[in-house]
Write a protein that binds this ligand. Sequence first.
Ligand SMILES: Cc1ncc(COP(=O)(O)O)c(C=O)c1O
Length: 1020
Amino acid sequence: MPELERPAFSVQNLIPLLEEHYGLCCTLEELPGERDRNYLAQEKKGDTYVLKISNACETLEFLQVQNVALERSAKLLEQGRIPQVFPNKNGESLSRVISADGSQHWMRLAHYVDGLPMAEYRPHTRDFLLELGGMCGTVTKALHEIPAPPPSSTLLWEMHNVQETLEKYMPWIKDEKLLGWVKKSLDLYSRTIKALESKLRRGWIHNDFNDYNVLAVPKISGNPDLGLIDFGDMTHSYLAAEPAVACAYAMLNKPDPLEAAALLIRGFHQHFPLEEKELEILFPMIKMRLCLSLTLGAFQQQNDPENEYLGISQKPARELLERLQEVNPRYAHYLFRDACNMEAFPGSSAFRNWYKKAGGSFHGLLGEPLNPENTAVLDLSVGSSLSAKTEGVSLEKQEDILDEYLRENNAEIGVGKYAEVRSFYTAKEFLNNSIDGEEKRTIHLGIDVFAPSGTSIYAPIDGVVHQLQDNQSELDYGPTVILRHKFTDVPEFYTLYGHLGRDCQKQLEIGQVIKGGMQLAKIGNSNENGGWLPHVHFQLILDLFDFNGNYPGVALPSRKNVWSSICPDPGLILGLDGESTAEEIDSGKLLKRRNNVFGPSLSLSYQDPLIIVRGQAQSLIDSRGQFYLDCVNNVAHVGHSHPDIAKAQSNQAYVLNTNTRYLNPLNIEYAERLCLLFPEPLDTCFLVCSGSEANELAMRIASTVSGQQDMIVLEDAYHGNTRANIDISPYKHNGPGGKGAPEWVHEIPMPYLYRGLHRDPQTAGKLYADEVEKICEILSAQGRKPSAFICESMLGCGGQVPLPEGFLQQSYQHVRQHGGLCIADEVQVGFGRAGKHFWSFELQGVVPDIVTLGKPIGNGHPLGAVITTRKIAEAFANGMEYFNTFGGNHVSCSVGMAVLDIMEKEGLRQNALETGSWLKEKLEALKESFPLIGDVRGEGFFMGVELILDSESREPAPLQADYVVERMKSRKILLSTEGPGHNVLKFKPPMVFNQRDAKHLLSELEQVLDESPLQKNLKF
Ligand SMILES: Cc1ncc(COP(=O)(O)O)c(C=O)c1O
């Protein structure tokens, strides 16, 4: 690498030159530069520029090309994203200056582009990479047709010279492994480019979209503003080299580098369409850029052995090149074609034509053709009950369920669909680490035919035995046969038969000719087929890559298009006509239908709503089979879709479900069990259908018993969706669309230690209770009395706020002294959520007069309850009957009982206490590193993390809270915000949330909090 002497200038002699040529008075700070001298020039009145003194060897023509490139790019991109040249006093973009040693140089001043280098910016989301690709495409569009001749001399980083450059500098690589990879990569490139060279488009390109030349200005919502600097390596080369260079850097340090490349290419193609032949060379070119960087790095290191930094900076590139050795270049090619909306497998249409023509001529896989008389198509998708019932149970049980299903459908053979989204591939081999956290492979690429083990399998078409293998790992294929097929007018293709009986491995031979209709193997039993119910997995394969005897039978949802192009639907071969192909849920259409049929006041979570089709313990599962850790659903108390709950519900539904007007042991037993969970004298129960109904009834009881109307409530409280509940819910009646409190509702300030009126924990409880007393006295002065004081035992909508010590005790005293009743709303916080106690009012050492229950009581089943004293219940019985059609029905009681059983059996309160305390301690520790966290509070599995902009003023940070929620969602963790400032992250997961989940939540939260848009001290 030629050593170039940098221009001999100093800050002292440049300051007057700036004044002379541009009339600017600036301070200068030197920036890094390999050949040139660069300075940050800060003008007194505020504008910032970059001053560049070019190397003496740079020609005027080349610098002029750069200026045109800057101008053209700036026109296509948003202002400020590309350095804009500042003309000198004569209106020229370049000024001639003489250095201390007498050499002549060109000087250019350009506006400073701000932002963090992409290498330091986090996160590189999918949208970020698309946008980056878009900018890269736009710049190529702006540059490629600049009417200037290619440079006359050869530059080091040019793709069209890469072979010579690598050959020249490769001897400097001392790392044998690296040398091997570089040679292999060069070989691939040389083979691929040979046929394409003359056909590839050429033009001017930036040629250095590296992670320090791309700048990002973080934004709290939406993509960052991207900028691009340093046009000094511009060259006239293959246009495809532009995205290839950008990919090489964007792929660094990514969990799945190909995913990052595909996104960048998609963005590029949207702005500057790539041609098919360019896509063919892209992957080898990406590797070439990495090889160039590593080879020239090795050369530099030999010349500067003391420079440790050189080695460190090459580490990610070396790691990436190593990982890319594993990638089949054809696979990368298909992926990139798909990214550009081309059919991923280039031979697909030829195959399809042949396939259609050949339809009808295939032999039956089981001998006899599959037809509606003997076959039932199964729904094994993630959202189906058949699939949910068969997961996690023994093979015998699975067999019973399948047999019963087939019997009910008068079928002997079951067919599992192609392209179906399935959640039962649980082995770690099915996981991929992607930009958005773990992605599970869930899309089935074959068709399953379920028939008894020992059933014969026949070849549907002529072929040759290509591969045989016994894949013995748990949940693998067991024995497989792969046939190769060769016909005219269609590229060679393969069929795979999995989960076979072991005998075929001995009976067949590689290379053996198989005639269509010949017996091939038998369906294997569960001991030999990988541990599945007996079935054959049948798959079409158009490119076998380097697989041998095993082949992916399930794809990542994000790669569905690619894999379904390589492995088309084999339904036609089996004589199945479309019914064996799963349909994808279209989120756009679903959203439209929802908006058409439901009222617009119904809200949806997240900017890009989730399609949730199933729940499982602490997870919600979307329509692509991806698991989300649910940290907010306190309704699914004992876990989503708990099988014991489902059984309790279903079993009782077979027997009886009616109202409470008959004697029956079930609802009585349930009410007795519920009451036993309360301290004396709370011993009487009313069963209702929701938390709102419970609070309605509680208000009705209170006013009947006290003979009064007036209610005392807390600021920002929420108690339910009915009219009277809205009246007592300041969160609603003081919020958007609300009309304020009615005359009979009296609000006290929220007892909120962190942000409220009184913040001293020693005195706050009393001071807030004084507010209750004040209202009682005002009412008294008007000749009125409170009917009741209603308060959640920890505040939910108020922002996950625990009450200050002594608050309920003293408030209850005041209310009772004035003749009112005390209602504890435990709809959110009951049933052991607080960990220390079963009921959260116990945290305050009080016994309420009435307790209302909802949400967790039925684990999602509509059930609620009001618990009170016998005395109050008797006073309420004034002659008017209390009737509730559904409240206390037998199915509900059966479910309620199952919830209590599971809580006991699984020790869930204790879990909330232990896991919750551990998590709270860790969250509190995060405050040290992240000043955005103002407060961590709560008990057990009911916590709030309050985000603030400033620790002095405690100004709420709602945008930052939204950012965290959205980012956590993209990492597959569900959180949401709460509180009047919308700045509290709420945590109230199903009670089966465990220590592993807590660690996962913490680690993801920590990473998100560390992302660039949340850093306060950035100067943008
Ligand atoms: C504290 C509290 N009480 C009552 C309710 C009303 O319960 P439901 O929605 O079941 O009617 C809610 C609901 O969010 C609540 O948070």
